[in-house]
Design a protein around this ligand. Structure first.
Ligand SMILES: Nc1ncnc2c1ncn2[C@@H]1O[C@H](COP(=O)(O)OP(=O)(O)OP(=O)(O)O)[C@@H](O)[C@H]1O
Ligand SMILES: [Mg+2]
Length: 353
């Protein structure tokens, strides 16, 4: 049975509906990421779960219990925000103790729990520091400990890493995931960083304009995007416009080059336009590259990105990017050069909206 359920959740601010019929069932102990662009309603959904916003419609249950008439402090939820929202006039230990103090727990229990939490985030040695004496990453770890101290049923994290620099972000997200698994706490993590979501989640909800466009495991979301929006938002997928040539035989053309798809074209008719997705790592231009399908095009740019070189080539009206792993002897293609990208027909996905 699912632990946290959102059923037909809706929210309007005045005439504007920002969350539309949002449905989600989250298992106990699951780590779910809400991934979506700015303004798609991620924070609003989180705030409704926490009780800071009242839904305009729909229901939220935790462990079978409706949350409808519960105020935020009556819900058993821990929340960490994007900005370090620590109490500036309290030291680390006092910040972590806050929720337990408010709940009126005995001092001995609070002291023990604070010690345990500081151990968990590996900041035992900074218990007496004030927020202004700590780095952003340390402050967010304290915010996490403060949220976890009262043993919430659900942990909500609203872009907790976005104010941190890239390196700390990666190490702290691993740490959050590890702590989450250690405690087995049901967690919803909001981000607009697709790599972050792909790397630490059990499942991802890709949100688009107040709705869940696709819910799935990271590899499914990446490899099998259900909609054009998901394909465009997750990863650096190529979206290619193709013309249907012979639907019965799965024949299409990209520019003037014919391709036979592995997937059926559904009820498309000859002359229809279809959108295809191709991952930049799917193909190769090496002379010995394998694959039953090839596209030839002119190189329009080639960029060194460190571990990979990303090249863009023009095929018909589409620009197709492909990646090559960097190696010392590699000679990247030059602008204007004609190259042939080889891949397996099964790598071309038909995007149906
Ligand atoms: N209190 C409010 N009154 C009116 N409109 C609001 C209010 N809160 C949010 N909105 C609007 O609702 C929409 C969704 O906002 P929300 O904060 O949920 O987006 P988000 O997905 O969290 O975006 P971001 O990634 O930028 O944080 C936005 O268009 C926002 O302007
Ligand atoms: Mg937000």
């Amino acid at each position: 049975m699912s632990f946290l359920t959102l059923t037909s959740l809706q929210k309007s601010f005045g005439p504007v509906q920002v969350v539309k019929d949002f449905n989600m069932s989250i298992e106990k102990g699951e780590f779910i990421s809400f991934l979506g662009p700015s303004g798609c309603g991620k924070t609003t959904v989180l705030r409704m779960i926490a009780g800071f916003e009242t839904p305009s419609g729909g229901a939220i249950t935790i462990d079978g219990k409706s949350q409808q008439n519960l105020r935020p402090n009556q819900r058993n939820i821990g929340m960490v925000f994007q900005a370090y929202a620590l109490f500036p006039n309290m030291n680390v230990a006092e910040n972590v103790a806050f929720g337990l103090k408010v709940a009126g727990r005995p001092k001995a229990e609070i002291d023990a729990r604070v010690k345990e939490m500081l151990g968990l985030i590996k900041l035992d040695h900074l218990a007496d520091r004030y927020p202004y004496q700590m780095s952003g990453g340390q402050q967010q770890r304290v915010a996490l400990a403060r949220a976890l101290a009262p043993k919430p049923q659900v942990l909500l994290l609203d872009e907790p890493l976005s104010a941190l620099d890239a390196k700390i972000r990666v190490s702290l997200r691993e740490e959050i995931r590890q702590i989450q698994q250690q405690l087995g706490i049901t967690t919803v993590f909001v981000t607009h960083d697709q790599e972050e979501a792909l790397s630490i989640s059990d499942r991802i909800v890709v949100m688009n304009a107040g709705k869940a466009d696709q819910i799935g495991k990271p590899a499914d979301i990446y490899n099998r995007p259900a909609t054009r929006f998901v394909a465009g938002f997750v990863g650096t997928l190529n979206l290619i416009e193709a013309k249907v040539v012979d639907p019965a035989a799965n024949r299409i053309s990209i520019g003037d080059q014919g391709v036979t798809l592995r997937e059926p074209l559904g009820n498309a008719k000859a002359g229809d336009t279809v959108s295809l997705a191709l991952r930049p790592e799917a193909g190769s231009i090496a002379p010995d590259a394998k694959g039953d399908t090839a596209l030839t095009g002119e190189v329009v740019s080639s960029n060194f990105l460190g571990s990979v070189i990303r090249t863009r080539m023009k095929v018909g009206e589409s620009i197709i990017s492909f990646d090559m792993f960097n190696s010392p002897g590699l000679v990247p293609p030059t602008v204007g050069e004609t190259v042939t990208l080889r891949f397996t027909a099964g790598d071309l996905l038909v995007i149906r909206d």
